[in-house]
Design a protein around this ligand. Structure first.
Ligand SMILES: Nc1nc2c(c(=O)[nH]1)N[C@H]1C(S)=C(S)[C@@H](COP(=O)(O)OP(=O)(O)OC[C@H]3O[C@@H](n4cnc5c(=O)[nH]c(N)nc54)[C@H](O)[C@@H]3O)O[C@H]1N2
Ligand SMILES: Nc1nc2c(c(=O)[nH]1)N[C@H]1C(S)=C(S)[C@@H](COP(=O)(O)OP(=O)(O)OC[C@H]3O[C@@H](n4cnc5c(=O)[nH]c(N)nc54)[C@H](O)[C@@H]3O)O[C@H]1N2
Ligand code: SF4
Ligand SMILES: [Mo]
Length: 727
């Protein structure tokens, strides 16, 4: 029999550039992935992870049937049995304890599927306001979102650097050469940064480690978790040297005098004690930011995950504003979806989100609900602490929180105490293997998609949608199908679920189907480039994108500027600089202490061949017997008698791990860099990952409410005090 071989155009959804891909499908099976040369932005680039995804789809360790945990291990069950039992146990929890006893954690890959996000929101909102909702955002972006909520009135207005036009890019706490860019969708981001240098500009990287990005451009080393001091001192110089255009500022923002007073004490000399950065370098940078026509400061995980993440993210935007670089070509630009009446959409959404933030508090720690969610760092305590709203039933989709949230051991133990735990995943991980049920989901190539989450963060405005390139492997189902069925089966438990099921029935009778795709289609049609339901001839729809623009559609050569007002959700359309919360953070900054006995600081480190915790089972990525190791400054190591490759004990006030370290000159003294996402100790079912092992660095981080960033609920993952000893 002849084999049918098809080449299908699609795109990768492991990380944020969303590189164009071509899938080779043989008799319905994915056999290879290669970069799409016709993709207008990624133009034939894909990284090793993207290529290796064939091995994830076809992984012999992949979960492709519903599994139920028994005392002697997991057993296969039918979908019907699994769903019936889950629905009935959920009903029991709801009737005994109410909707406050149910929690959902959605991990990072969830954000890459519009239908996953939409259905989880439908489920958690449908159950009611008391339901607990956690996402990986509180290990990733919450502080950035909170800064936007303060400055612009809504967490959804996030500026990105106008990468393709800037002449001075200051990268703080990001390593795009390895991460490929985050909160910034820019395929071939390394090439785009080299373009800046090629056109006579500069890329300056502020990082405790001479990262792969710093090594390719200019490096300014900084002590971890001190960026706020640097940014405050940049502002001090901008004001003191008269580099700020006060009239232009006053036209856009309220609170300039307040700001000026706040930053006045932070001279570069006073900041140097904390940051270790030469005052002359700070002054030169401030002058360059003000005098370069097209300049932008961009911060990411390293500036978000410290103890002052909201303040730091806020200050990054304020430096951009005061230096005259916000909403300017080549500067830092907020690029919305381009919906009709975008300004009023933001005003309405901002009002709702700020109200939720003011009114809803987490049970543990009393944290306000940013974007309607709770800090995942507190999930274990929400499970373990008795009382009203104690979590008894937990759903985990696309997440491995045992390895990704602070104090993984605590969470791992907490999972065992639940009355019901259900995972939607395609691996048995350190988290899912602790659950009562593991429901097999499709991978990204087994579902249609439109990367809704990432549309506003594209350095070049662009749209692409894809069909599923293969049918679901085994008995896998898409998340929205699983969640939809659970809602149907639980119609008696929540009025919203009953309404949803009724609407689905009506639509089905009319020959339609109630799916999240309706939502994605509406966004595509109403947003920039869309057909506005026939008002704009030739405009985009989901279907047209798939049929007529398989490689995607570039909407404009660069970001739109001069429309800042649209992005601001405050009624007056002005940026709000003055906040007592920010003043409190600035005051706390100078009085914070470093515990005795922990002289060093831990930072994270992403690796080109890892994706958080979940790609350590792909042979292509694990070639060369990869293992988990940290990095240490050579002088520090020599002082402690630690040799290159030597085993060390790393101890924080919260825990201890042992791992080997490589010794390097590319690290500020007093810092150890430890990759996260390792620590596959055999509880999971991924055999290759288990053999590689490693340790969970989140045994060193804290889940105490006092260590969670108070404004945003962001976990504290960088700059954690540690001691390193020779093992
Ligand atoms: N290969 C690969 N790519 C990935 C991922 C992966 O695991 N592997 N993960 C994806 C995810 S989920 C995300 S969120 C993005 C993250 O994308 P990025 O933020 O670009 O990636 P990180 O490597 O976390 O970069 C953080 C940088 O901040 C530095 N840093 C740490 N602490 C501080 C500090 O206090 N101040 C300053 N100035 N710098 C500091 C670190 O040394 C590091 O170089 O990457 C995505 N892409
Ligand atoms: N110490 C420290 N901790 C960190 C970080 C750090 O830098 N340092 N970085 C943090 C960051 S930025 C993030 S984003 C979080 C990540 O935290 P998590 O999202 O909790 O963890 P991941 O390791 O990304 O796990 C993703 C899971 O989703 C599954 N998966 C993959 N694709 C799909 C899919 O399409 N559908 C479903 N249902 N499942 C899928 C994978 O098998 C895996 O089990 O953790 C973070 N934790
Ligand atoms: S850079 Fe990210 S999106 Fe591009 S191929 Fe690699 S993993 Fe996929
Ligand atoms: Mo992330």
């Amino acid at each position: 029999m002849a084999v049918t071989v098809e080449q299908k155009t699609t795109f990768c959804r492991i990380c944020e550039p969303l590189c164009g891909m071509v899938a080779t499908v043989e008799d319905g099976r994915l056999v290879a992935l290669r970069p799409d040369r016709e993709h207008p932005l990624s133009t034939g680039f894909a990284c090793q992870k993207g290529i290796a995804f064939t091995e994830v789809v076809n992984d012999p360790d992949r979960v492709t049937v519903p599994l139920r945990r028994t005392p002697s291990g997991f057993e296969e069950v039918s979908w019907d049995d699994a769903m019936a039992d889950i629905a009935s146990r959920l009903a029991a929890v709801l009737s005994e304890h109410g909707s406050g006893a149910v929690g959902w954690y959605m991990g990072n890959p969830g954000a890459f599927s519009y239908s996953h996000v939409a259905s989880v929101l439908a489920f958690t909102k449908g159950l009611g306001r008391r339901t607990h909702f956690f996402t990986a955002s509180s290990q990733d972006t919450n502080s950035r979102l909170m800064a936007s909520q303060l400055l612009y009135g809504t967490p959804t207005s996030v500026p990105i650097p106008d990468l393709v036009r800037t002449d001075l890019l200051v990268v703080m706490g990001a390593n795009p050469v390895v991460s490929h860019g985050s909160f910034l969708t820019a395929p071939r981001i390394k090439d785009r940064m080299h373009d800046i240098v090629r056109r006579g500009g500069r890329v300056v990287v502020i990082d405790p480690r001479r990262s792969e990005t710093a090594a390719a451009f200019e490096w300014l080393g900084i002590v971890p978790d001190t960026d706020a001091f640097l940014l405050l001192s940049l502002l001090q110089v901008l004001f003191a040297e008269g580099l700020a255009d006060i009239t232009a500022l006053a036209a856009r923002a309220d609170g300039i005098d307040w700001l000026r007073t706040q930053v006045a004490p932070f001279t570069p000399e006073s900041a140097e004690r904390f940051t270790g950065i030469d005052p002359d370098a700070v002054r030169a940078l401030a002058r360059d930011l003000a005098s370069t026509d097209r300049a932008a400061v961009y911060g990411r995980l390293g500036t978000c995950a410290g103890r002052f993440g909201t303040l730091t993210s806020y200050l990054i935007d304020v430096v951009n504003l005061v230096a005259g670089n916000l909403d300017e070509p080549g500067g830092s630009v907020i690029n919305g979806l381009g919906l009709p009446g975008q300004r009023w959409v933001n005003v309405a959404m901002g009002a709702v989100l700020r109200r939720t933030y003011r009114r809803r508090r987490s049970r543990i720690g009393g944290f306000p609900a940013l974007i309607g969610s709770e800090p995942a760092a507190l999930m274990a305590k929400e499970i373990l602490t008795p009382g009203e709203r104690q979590i008894k039933a937990l759903f985990v989709s696309a997440g491995n929180p045992v390895l990704s949230v602070p104090n993984g051991d605590e969470l791992e133990a907490a999972l065992d105490s639940l009355e019901l735990s259900v995972a939607l995943d395609f691996y048995l991980t350190e988290t899912t293997a602790r659950c009562d049920y593991v429901l097999p989901v499709t991978t990204m190539y087994e579902r249609d998609d439109f990367p809704l989450t990432f549309q506003p963060f594209q350095a070049t405005p662009f749209r692409q949608a894809t069909k599923a390139v293969i049918d679901p492997v085994g008995k896998a189902r898409q998340e929205w199908q699983i969640i939809g069925e659970l809602m149907r089966r639980s119609s008696g438990s929540a009025p919203a679920f009953a309404a949803f099921s009724a609407a689905a029935r009506v639509l089905r009778k009319a020959g339609g189907e109630l799916t999240p795709r309706l939502l994605a289609d509406v966004v595509i049609r109403m947003a920039a480039g869309g057909d506005r339901f026939g008002l704009r001839r030739g405009g985009l729809t989901f279907r047209r994108l798939i049929r007529e623009q398989p490689h995607g559609s570039v909407l404009a050569p660069h970001l739109r500027t001069g429309a800042l007002k649209e992005a601001i959700a405050y009624l007056g359309g002005r940026i709000a600089l003055s906040h007592s919360d920010i003043a409190d953070q600035i005051a706390a900054l100078s009085s914070r202490s470093h515990p005795d006995g922990f002289p060093m600081r831990m930072i994270g480190m992403r690796e080109a061949r890892s994706e958080n915790s979940w790609m350590h089972n792909a042979p292509l990525l694990m070639r060369g017997d990869r293992n988990h190791h940290g990095l240490m400054n050579a002088d520090d190591a020599a002082e402690l008698g630690i040799a290159d490759g030597g085993q060390v004990l790393v101890t924080s006030p919260y825990g201890q791990i042992a791992l080997p370290v490589s010794v390097t000159a590319d690290l500020v003294s007093g810092v150890v860099a430890l990759p996260h996402g390792w620590g596959h100790k055999g509880t999971g079912g991924w055999r290759l990952a288990n053999r590689a092992g490693g340790v969970n660095v989140n045994q060193l981080t804290s889940s105490e409410p006092g260590d969670v960033e108070s404004l945003s609920g962001m976990a504290w993952l960088t700059g954690v005090p540690v001691r390193v000893d020779k093992a």
